[in-house]
Design a protein around this ligand. Structure first.
Ligand SMILES: [Zn+2]
Length: 448
């Protein structure tokens, strides 16, 4: 048995004081008691303890672009050119090294699970590695080294645009057709900290007739649908190309091919029609917003409140990692809605916690994680309430002022990965995760 005593903890009903949480040998929570004194054996956690955060949308290697694309004007599309130059350089070793540092950065900011939207499958020119899943295995290794869970959202990516063949570095993404993609993915196996799921890169990258194959492949051996993620309407140009080719919006196209549903997550969902919002909501498709990326790339502000009101669960991701701080993503979600509506309090703290933890975990196929409740995985994130940012804040409002820098302790399935802001697995020999990141980014660009 492992036990913790929390000054404050966010339970299903909201924040509670003096909370004891006990985990059994299987690292699931077996008891939660409020208003109690600590036992001598309890680990005491400071501040406000939240359930572990799920980073529902990540491209780990994009972290190497941080602070390297800001010196020029441009658009999403010019940023993508830099991203392709980086993608062209990576191999399984440099990908593993970079992703390990990036996932460690996530752990330090309270993330216990990451969804890696993974499309850099093959070698230069599209050559197959001896293990055709060598790149996917590299991110499995990386998450394990960083002490967090991962869902590998293995991404089907077949076209450079609707009716546009893949060219250049894009050939590294290419499996030829959806059946070949599905066969490769079927060779990956789950483990304790790793689950395989599927993704459609976008309606730009997967022809409509191949969508059905991906949907079929995203059903597990138990006949239950596995998570299926898709980039949706991040840019107006995608909507226009889809209308030109198919006569419908991307959301309608996905709906007509059976892609939407409770196991599906639409990422970005920025430029939607009222009908799109209704289709996503009524199908209970999760929407994953990545507000710090969407503002960094000038994408726009998606209709988050309207989607939730229509029935969609909401999750959060740090996507291209201009920032790795899921608390900051939740702030941006709320603040974007304030700027749009001229009103405050557009999302309740409970809704923001849902987006940070249980909704994201469910979207990544870990429904047992994301709550501080009996039966849930023992994932705990202690956020200090005595820092420069949080001192004086009320526990139930601290969520909108705390940042990832205020995270003190992170427990993943009962195992302490971060304590007093230090990564216990990777900062034990005097080097910091910042050092690991600096070396990995330099290595990725060939500067080391
Ligand atoms: Zn993305």
């Amino acid at each position: 048995m492992t036990s913790w005593w929390c000054e404050h903890a966010w339970l299903d009903g909201g924040p509670a004081e003096r909370v004891r949480i006990v985990a059994g040998p299987d690292s699931r929570i077996v008891a939660v008691a409020t208003g109690t004194d600590p036992d001598p054996a309890d680990e005491r956690l400071p501040g406000l303890v939240l359930p572990g955060f799920a980073n529902t949308h990540s491209h780990a290697f994009h972290r190497a672009l941080r602070g390297r694309t800001q010196g020029e004007h441009g658009t999403f599309w010019t940023w993508r050119d830099r991203m392709y130059a980086l993608a062209d350089r990576l191999d399984p070793d440099s990908y593993r090294t970079l992703a390990t540092a990036v996932y460690a950065e996530m752990a330090l900011a309270g993330m216990t699970t990451v969804g890696e939207f993974h499309y850099l499958h093959h070698g230069p020119g599209g050559a197959r590695y001896d293990d055709p899943n060598a790149m996917g295995e590299a991110v499995r290794d990386a998450a394990r080294a960083a002490g967090i869970r991962i869902t590998l959202l293995d991404t089907c990516y077949l076209r450079g645009g609707i009716d546009v063949p893949l060219e250049g570095v894009q050939r590294r993404f290419d499996d030829g057709d959806a059946e070949t993609w599905a066969h490769r993915v079927s060779m990956l196996g789950d483990d304790d900290g790793f689950r395989v799921a599927a993704a459609v890169h976008s309606v730009r990258a997967v022809p409509a007739d191949q969508l059905d194959v991906v949907v079929e492949a995203a059903v597990g051996d138990d006949d239950q649908p596995r998570p299926l993620h898709v980039h949706l309407s991040e840019q107006p140009a995608e909507n226009q190309a889809c209308r030109d080719a198919y006569g419908v919006t991307p959301t309608r196209l996905l709906h007509d091919h059976g892609v939407l549903g409770e196991a599906t997550t639409a990422v970005h969902a920025t430029h939607l029609t009222p009908e799109d919002i209704a289709l996503l909501g009524s199908s209970r498709t999760t929407v994953c917003f990545c507000p710090t990326t969407e503002r960094d790339l000038g994408d726009g502000i998606g209709p988050a409140r309207a989607l939730v009101d229509a029935g969609s669960p909401l999750a959060l991701g740090s996507d291209q990692h201009v920032l790795i701080d899921l608390l900051a993503e939740s702030h941006a979600l709320e603040m974007n809605e304030r700027l749009r509506s001229g009103k405050r309090g557009r999302f309740s703290s409970a809704e923001l916690v849902s987006a940070l933890a249980p909704a994201g975990h469910a979207a990544l196929g870990w429904p047992e994680a994301g709550r501080l409740a009996v039966g849930a995985a023992a994932d705990l994130v202690a956020v200090r309430l005595d820092t420069l940012r949080t001192a004086g804040a009320l526990p139930d409002q601290a969520l909108l002022v705390a940042t990832g820098s205020d995270v003190d302790t992170v427990v993943v399935s009962g195992r302490t990965v971060v304590r007093e802001g230090r990564h216990l697995l990777l900062e034990c020999d005097g080097s910091s995760v910042a050092d690991l990141l600096a070396d990995a980014v330099a290595g990725a660009w060939g500067e080391a």
